[in-house]
Ligand binder design. Structure first.
Ligand code: HEM
Length: 269
């Protein structure tokens, strides 16, 4: 008892009164993990509801990752399909028990969600059941339903640049004279730009077919082709419609005019 009193004095408190021990609980202002999860979950749910009421369609503001799309999930678990060009034809929409597929540069996409457009009688049925990548560039859907892209870039090359004989509808008009200097550089710039445009255009379509633009299409697999298939195909001339639609000349320099590569650095011209 004497010891307790001494200890009480040291603490500056009288120890004659009974000590009221505070319960060892957390302060009421701190949040538990469960509380935080509840708040985050509630906010997420609210966000989903708001998105659904505003977009009238999506609970994630139009974002549709593959793992929330049932058809894509099913395909994911089934694994990719690998079809030859001959097998791909069976998926052109004429058999209602099969999905509608189209291919672009060897990648197959399921476009069943666009049955109105790609199915029988649809405005783009011409693309169904095949790889018609070339037609996506030239716009000649019937003649160019092939994945052979050789020379398709001339669709985007300025019209003052003659077509090489192998891509020309009339090879007799093909240029035989060798070009040099500024003309050569103008042509190679045009070709480089056109090839990039082909790549970008195909990638733009591929994005749409992967469903990235909001359509319910998705990638399902690849087309199987024997090695060296392209070399065995005869080269295709650029179709008339693509020739007609080639862009206007972009101020071609005259043949023989030497390009002064240093002029832009000197100034005072
Ligand atoms: C290289 C040229 C072209 C290509 C490769 C092309 C390709 C396509 C494709 C694949 C679709 C279907 C998109 C989807 O899945 O929803 C489409 C839709 C459409 N295209 Fe084209 N197109 C071209 C040029 C044109 C032109 C010049 C016009 C108009 C004069 C046009 C009018 C349309 C229309 C109206 C639709 C909507 C069809 C529908 O929903 O029924 N297209 N195009």
């Amino acid at each position: 008892m004497a010891d307790k009193t001494a200890a009480g004095r040291r603490n500056g408190k009288a120890t004659s009164e009974p000590q009221t021990a505070k319960p060892a609980t957390k302060s009421s202002s701190s949040l538990s993990i469960t509380d935080i999860l509840r708040i985050v979950g509630g906010l997420f749910l609210l966000n989903c509801l708001l998105s659904y009421f505003i977009t009238n369609d999506s609970v994630l503001w139009g974002w549709r990752p593959w793992f929330i799309r049932p058809a894509v999930l099913t395909r994911y678990f089934q694994g990719p399909v690998h079809l030859t060009d001959a097998q791909l034809v069976q998926y052109d929409g004429s058999d209602p028990s099969k999905p509608i597929y189209l291919a672009l540069n060897g990648t197959i996409y399921d476009v069943s969600a666009g049955a109105r457009v790609y199915g029988p009688g649809g405005s783009y049925n011409v693309f169904a059941g095949k790889d018609a990548a070339r037609g996506f560039i030239t716009g000649c859907f019937a003649e160019d339903s092939t994945p052979d892209m050789r020379g398709a870039e001339y669709t985007y090359v300025a019209s003052d640049i003659p077509l090489p004989a192998e891509y020309s509808l009339d090879p007799s008009t093909a240029e035989t004279e060798k070009v040099t200097g500024a003309v050569k550089s103008y042509r190679s710039n045009e070709l480089r730009r056109a090839r990039k445009q082909v790549q970008d255009t195909i990638e733009g379509w591929a994005k749409m077919f992967r469903g990235e633009g909001g359509k319910d299409y998705f990638e399902v697999g690849t087309v199987i082709r024997p090695e060296g298939w392209l070399e065995k195909e005869p080269k295709k001339a650029l179709c008339a419609q693509a020739i007609k639609g080639r862009p206007k000349p972009r101020s071609a320099p005259a043949q023989g005019q030497a390009q002064d590569a240093g002029a832009q650095y000197r100034g005072g011209r």
